[in-house]
Design a protein around this ligand. Structure first.
Ligand SMILES: Cc1ncc(COP(=O)(O)O)c(C=O)c1O
Length: 452
């Protein structure tokens, strides 16, 4: 602190409006529109963000689907502070620190069946690429190195690395970036408005779409496919819940042909669908689960892959002094992330937040469906503590309504949500109260009515 500067001056300096917004090339943002009318956030607590002027903004997005325990929760903040003072960094290549092992054990204990081994990275994108590399190397170790193909799904999102982008199925995330990984094909997405509009929870229609995997196996050969990767609920495309029976059917086909099944649980992990992992909700055991976001309740970047014992053990051969999996990141299992992860898991357990999210689901669904019948509303979908509203686009400006809704939400109604084109996605922290759920859908209803 500069000499003579008081604590309150320092606080306001930290939250002051910057006078130059140019240098920051913002990710996944309409940069020019943002800089013309910024949506700045200076601090947060529990269910709210606060602008630099101190105006509260209800967080109906859990940041980016990540602050599941709410913002700036005391135990997580304290754990990070304590860890920073004790051990800033330790390599996890050939060395290790205790909290990394403790956190891996805690995550493995939460995961179903023999998903017992955890590989750490720093984001969901890295988790997707790590899982794909683990699948390829696993097949080499098993003497089936010809299994190199991956099957993703249309409208899927697995981050922005070249692996995750290749198996992803959102056209805007792909079309400017060249030919992608070779050997990737896609299942059809599972959305059909005529069959599924205004479903509460998993739609009845659509399990048969898993059978498309049979067609792809027929096309590519049953021994060339390394893995299928899907999200149990496709979030980034504005909430597409899995149809009833879809995931068990996909598992059965993977089993039939010996294909690995990867669940990307970067969003669905840590309570979003009422369980530690959505795999449990659907009674399906994948071969790998990718996670990120909620593991630290968004407080410190962390991601990872949980794999089944058979996959892990396939690597544990050869001379013992030799590295088994030539993969990892400098910040894999960073001490601050591990401390934050352990504190977040404690909080989830103490406050029974996964069970709470499950319990509140019917109330959430009913609240979301109050938007049905409003002008322009084509569909409302919800599963777990997530919901999305599709609005009829203006024919000459697709995405403009969504953008206006977001601006109006932030500046006029004091609410933050995600937009995907002209869809609004809502995914609050799991601590959201019933009255705040009411507030979320009241505000969104008003915003929708106000859109011209
Ligand atoms: C299902 C899924 N996978 C991967 C990612 C990428 O995560 P990150 O942005 O941490 O790289 C996301 C991010 O939203 C996601 O929703």
């Amino acid at each position: 602190m500069a000499q003579g500067q008081s604590a309150s001056q320092k606080t306001s300096a930290n939250t002051a409006v910057p006078n130059d917004l140019e240098a920051f090339f913002m990710p996944f943002t309409a940069n020019r529109a943002f800089k013309a009318r910024p949506r700045l956030i200076a601090r947060a607590k529990d269910m709210h963000y606060y602008t630099p002027e101190g105006r509260p903004v209800l967080d109906a997005a859990a940041g980016l689907w990540c602050t599941n325990a709410g913002h700036n929760r005391g135990p997580i903040v304290e754990a990070i502070q304590k860890q920073a003072a004790e051990l800033d960094f330790a390599p996890t290549f050939q060395f290790g620190h205790p909290r990394a092992f403790e956190l891996a054990s805690r995550i493995a204990a939460l995961a179903p069946a023999d998903l017992d081994h955890v590989f750490f990275c720093n984001s969901g994108s890295e988790a997707a690429d790590t899982a794909m590399k683990m699948a390829l190397a696993y097949w080499v170790a098993k003497g089936q190195g010809q299994r190199t193909r991956f099957i993703g799904r249309e409208r899927g999102y697995h981050g922005v690395g070249f692996g995750g982008m290749s198996v992803g199925g959102l056209p805007n995330n792909r079309k400017a970036f060249g030919p992608m990984l070779p050997g990737v094909d896609h299942l059809p997405h599972t959305y059909n408005r005529e069959q599924q509009a205004f479903s509460k929870g998993e739609p009845e229609w659509g399990a048969h779409l898993a059978d498309e995997l049979e067609r792809l196996v027929g096309l590519h050969g049953d021994s060339t496919i390394a893995a299928v990767i899907v999200e149990p609920m496709a979030g980034s495309t504005a909430v597409l819940p899995s149809p009833k029976g879809y995931l068990p059917r996909l598992r059965a086909i993977c089993d039939k042909y010996g294909i690995l099944l990867i669940f990307d649980e970067v969003i669905t992990g840590f309570g979003r669908l009422g369980h530690a992992f959505a795999a449990e909700r659907y009674g399906v055991v994948p071969d790998m689960i990718t996670f990120a976001k909620g593991i630290t309740s968004g407080s410190v970047p962390m991601g990872g892959v949980i794999c089944r014992t058979g996959i892990h053990d396939a690597f544990m051969t050869g001379p013992e002094h030799v590295v088994e999996f030539f993969h990892g990141y400098t910040y894999s299992a960073h001490p601050l992330a591990c401390a934050a992860g352990l504190a977040a898991l404690d909080l989830y357990r103490e406050e029974e937040l996964f069970a709470r999210s499950k319990k509140i689901e019917p109330f959430w669904y009913d609240a979301a469906m109050t938007l049905k019948g409003l002008p322009r509303v084509l569909d409302v979908r919800c599963v777990g503590l997530t919901a999305a509203v599709d609005l009829a686009s203006r024919p000459d400006a697709v995405g403009k309504l969504g953008f206006e809704a977001m601006e109006r939400g932030f500046h006029d109604e004091g609410i933050m949500f995600r937009i995907v084109g002209d869809s609004i996605a809502v995914t609050p922290p799991l601590i959201v109260s019933e009255s705040q759920i009411g507030e979320i859908f009241d505000k969104i209803g008003r915003i929708i009515k106000a859109l011209a």
